[in-house]
Design a protein around this ligand. Structure first.
Ligand code: UDP
Length: 237
C-alpha cells in the first residue's frame, strides 16, 4: 500500500490518499496542541504511541462487535484506515468528573458518577467546538436521529470494553473523546484515534495522570507518562 497525495493535515495527523479509493493512510505526528490550538508543543514519540495504542484498542473493539475504520498497521506511525466522512461531532463519555465537566458544573475532579455520561460537541474550530445536544445536531443536519442512536450505543459499548481493559492494566479510564464516520454505504464506524491525547488515564493506585493533561497543565513528565501508559497496555493486551 503506497501513500499518494496528502489530503489533509490536522493538529496531530496527516492523511494521504492511496490507490484504493475506499482506503486512506493516516500518519501520526509528535505535534501536540491544546485549548483549540492556542498551546503548541512536541511530545517526542507520541505519534508512535498513539498509532499503536489506537490500533490495538480498535482491534479489541472490533472483536467486541464495534465496527471501526481500522484496516492495517503499516509502520510505527502509519496505518491504513477505511475512508469515511466524519460526523462533525466530538462524542465525550465520562466515568469521573474532570476537565471541562468539573469547570462547567463546579464539581471537584475525581467525583465518580453512578453511571457514565455522554455529551456532544459540534466539531467546528471557528466556534470553539461548542457543546450541543441531540436535537441541535439533528436540526443542524450533522447526523440523523438514527445515526445519533447508533453513535450513543457504540460509545457506551466502547466505554464498557475500555474501562474493563484499562482496569486490568491498573489504570482508571476517567473520560475520553470519540469520533465516528460514515462509510460510502452510510454505515457508522468508529474513526479517528483512541490515545492519551483523547482519553484521561489515571493510575488506579496513585491517581497519577498518564495522559495529555500533563502537557495541557504543564505538569512535566509528559513523554514518561505516554511511555508508561503504552507499557501498561503492551503488558496486558
Ligand atoms: N478531548 C479531546 N479533544 C478535545 C476535547 C476533549 O480528545 O478537543 C478529550 C480529553 O482528552 C478528555 C475528554 O475528551 O479525555 C473530555 O475532555 P473535556 O471536555 O474535559 O475537555 P478539556 O478539559 O480537555 O478541555
Amino acid at each position: 500500500m503506497e501513500k499518494k497525495e496528502q489530503l489533509y493535515e490536522g493538529k496531530a495527523k496527516k492523511v494521504f490518499r492511496t490507490e484504493n479509493p475506499e482506503e486512506l493512510i493516516v500518519s501520526y505526528k509528535d505535534d501536540a496542541t491544546a485549548f483549540n490550538g492556542l498551546k503548541k508543543g512536541t511530545i517526542v514519540g507520541k505519534g508512535v504511541i498513539n498509532n499503536k495504542m489506537s490500533n490495538l484498542l480498535m482491534q479489541k473493539l472490533e472483536k467486541a462487535g464495534i465496527p471501526t475504520h481500522f484496516v492495517k498497521e503499516l509502520s510505527d506511525r502509519e496505518t491504513v484506515v477505511k475512508r469515511v466522512s466524519i460526523v462533525p461531532l466530538e462524542v465525550i463519555v465520562r466515568n469521573i468528573a474532570a476537565g471541562s465537566f468539573s469547570k462547567r458544573y463546579g464539581v471537584e475532579e475525581g467525583v465518580v458518577f453512578a453511571s457514565p455520561t455522554i455529551e456532544f460537541s459540534y466539531k467546528n474550530d471557528d466556534l470553539g467546538d461548542p457543546l450541543i445536544n441531540d436535537y441541535h445536531a439533528i436540526a443542524l443536519k450533522l447526523a440523523t436521529e438514527e445515526e445519533i442512536e447508533t453513535i450513543k450505543k457504540y460509545s457506551f459499548a466502547v466505554n464498557e470494553q475500555l474501562k474493563a481493559f484499562w482496569k486490568e492494566c491498573g489504570v482508571t479510564l476517567v473520560d475520553f473523546k470519540l469520533e465516528f464516520g460514515r462509510l460510502s454505504d452510510g454505515t457508522i464506524v468508529l474513526a479517528d484515534e483512541i490515545s492519551p491525547d483523547t482519553c484521561r488515564f489515571w493510575d488506579a493506585k496513585t491517581g497519577e495522570k498518564l495522559d495529555k493533561d500533563r502537557f495541557r497543565r504543564d505538569l512535566g513528565g509528559v513523554e514518561e507518562a505516554y511511555d508508561e501508559i503504552m507499557k501498561r497496555l503492551s503488558e496486558h493486551i
